[in-house]
Design a protein around this ligand. Structure first.
Ligand code: BGC
Length: 386
């Protein structure tokens, strides 16, 4: 996996989100005459692409989500935000979830194509099954956007995701900061990686290993365990972490957990053994992850603005519908799928700790204060100034 022009990409991503947002805004006003879009080149072309779709003319998109158990994000964030983004862009959409079943996802793809979908937005369950779906789509002239996870050796026309190596770097640096704050000398550290079948998990690990491996190599930290969690399964993560604790005689001082679900398995195991909270990382800024952070059971998470991810996907779907180039500035990188460079929209992830929950996920309306601070979390919110 290779990314190009990382600095350039980071700079462009804000402009790209702006272009997408403007295009969606332009789309939303029924009698848009293009005036609102005249101020910048990017906005003009974004608006043109949207306007050209002629409202009802955009071709049907089918979204194929992976499951509900590897992360709550797919149903709590991606589904509603994708629905809203496609609605706002005037693109007809149907959304399915394969619930972890690869053949079910293939059937959903076949069914959607039979029902007239001309574009698939695919979050694969692994690259093999994803590539099979993409071959099938290509044979029927259906375009595919890889959504969040890149399909290796696939046929995707575009890839929409975040800078996933950067996600891992934020997790690695988060653990460094949290362990420093905890003041543990020569900490015992365990690593819970995501699913070995998910290309993102490989990229996350590439990112955090670049930060934490030097700590192990210098002897500053001790690596007590490093294991992958098949399918990101939280139940398996609990079992794996229990075994890690068993082996380490309960002496684990910090955990690099690749997402909030895995982090919560660590939190549960620590509690079950009546051990003190330790620094644990996460990802997805789920409600549970954020609440674990508020009460000090988890140290940080990585917020990925799924609204921007969904809006970028809607813009690309419009471009594909019309056989046009996407809005200028939206595509800001390339990702190597093993055979080809796939034009990519790669957004920027943000590290979230107790200190910036208000300025990030709450400011973005990604989570609601009422939900975050409900019941027993009210006090923690107050203490954190939220
Ligand atoms: C996504 C993460 C998610 C994980 C498990 C990854 O591909 O990028 O956001 O937590 O899959 O679903």
């Amino acid at each position: 996996m290779r990314y190009h022009g990382s600095v350039h990409r980071a700079l462009l991503s804000t402009a790209a989100i702006g272009a997408a947002a403007l295009a969606l805004a332009a789309c939303g006003s029924s009698d848009d005459d293009g005036d609102t879009a005249a101020s910048t080149g990017a906005a003009t072309s974004a608006s043109t692409a949207a306007a050209d779709s002629g409202g009802g003319e955009a071709q049907k998109v089918a979204v194929l989500l992976p499951d509900t158990q590897s992360s709550v994000r797919w149903e709590t964030a991606d589904r509603p935000l994708l629905q809203a983004a496609f609605d706002a862009a005037g693109v007809p959409v149907e959304i399915h979830n394969a619930q972890g079943d690869k053949s079910a996802q293939q059937q959903q793809a076949e069914q959607a194509i039979t029902n007239g979908a001309k574009i698939l937005l695919l979050t694969n369950l692994d690259s093999g099954s994803g590539a099979a779906i993409q071959n099938l789509a290509a044979a029927k002239g259906v375009k595919v956007i890889d959504y969040d996870r890149l399909t290796l050796n696939g046929k995707a026309d575009y890839y929409v995701s975040f800078d996933n190596v950067k996600v891992g770097e934020l997790q690695g640096q988060g653990l460094v900061d949290c362990l420093e704050a905890a003041g543990v000398e020569k900490p015992n550290v365990a690593v819970l990686n995501g699913s070995p079948d998910d290309n993102n998990a490989t990229l996350f690990a590439q990112g955090y290993n670049s930060v934490i491996d030097p700590k192990f190599e210098s002897g500053e930290w001790v690596e007590v365990a490093d294991q992958s969690v098949p399918d990101w399964d939280n139940q398996q993560a609990l079992t794996i972490y229990e075994q890690m604790l068993q082996k380490a005689d309960n002496k684990i001082d910090g955990v690099l957990a690749a997402n909030d679900g895995l982090a919560n398995s660590v939190v549960s195991a620590q509690k079950a053994r009546k051990l003190d909270p330790i620094p644990v990382t996460g990802q997805d800024a789920t409600l549970q992850g954020l609440q674990n952070i508020l009460v000090g059971d988890q140290c940080m998470t990585v917020y990925k603005a799924i609204k921007a991810e969904a809006e970028a996907a809607a813009q690309l779907a419009i471009a594909l519908s019309k056989g046009e180039e996407p809005p200028a500035g939206l595509v800001n990188g390339e990702s190597d799928d093993g055979q080809r460079q796939v034009p990519s929209v790669l957004l920027t992830p943000v590290a979230v700790t107790k200190d910036n929950i208000a300025d990030t996920v709450l400011a973005d309306d990604f989570v609601k204060r009422d939900e975050l601070c409900a019941g027993k979390f009210a006090k923690a919110c107050e203490e954190a100034g939220i």
